[in-house]
Design a protein around this ligand. Sequence first.
Ligand code: SAH
Length: 220
Amino acid sequence: MTEEGAPEATDAERKMRFLYALRSRGVTDARVLTAMERVDRGHFVRGHFAARAYEDMPLPIACGQTISQPSVVGLMTQALNVQPRDTVLEVGTGSGYQAAVLSLLCRRVYTVDRHRKLVADAQRVFRDLGLVNITAFSADGSFGLPDQAPFDRIIVTAAAEDPPGPLLAQLKVGGIMVVPVGQSDTVQSLIKVTRGERGFDYEELRPVRFVPLVEGLGND
Ligand code: SAH
């Protein structure tokens, strides 16, 4: 029983509410919704916050970071328009949840985080869930992954003051990058960058709030 005395939601009810929240906030792409239905966010949240894993809110994870709000994960994934044969780079592994969702939609996901602990924790979850097409690295993701580049899609899940130059350079022609841009700790703008034959096209999607992209590797 919950505090209000109502019976606790069953898994099916929780899932239905989770998907309803996504749809009502604009996540309408059927492939994205299916992927998010299949990846149980509960695996990516630890401790007493785990009980809130199916609510549409960001939650704290280790190293002072956050797992993003599910509807924001959905909207960013949708904006990325991932194709089944794509290779995707994610900067900001965090809990690994966004990478897991992407991994069901494309051929390969590379994800990097500056905190080794977050990468190690996420790798364990990927292994447990059998998500074998994700490779996670500890690195400063502002420089991208030159050895694995170029990428069809790039998603940055920490806020940059400008889209990092090395990431733009590692995006294929025809590729899409989604990145929150703005001063840290204020509201940022989610930007969709499309690389054409003759340059980059920038589209402002919506206001978002992310932790800042920080230089260098973390101490943990
Ligand atoms: N996508 C994550 C949430 C990311 S939170 C999820 O699904 O849970 C933002 C993450 O970006 C944090 O884990 C932070 O450590 C990481 N980060 C910040 N600056 C970075 C940088 N320069 N390189 C790589 N990761 C960075």
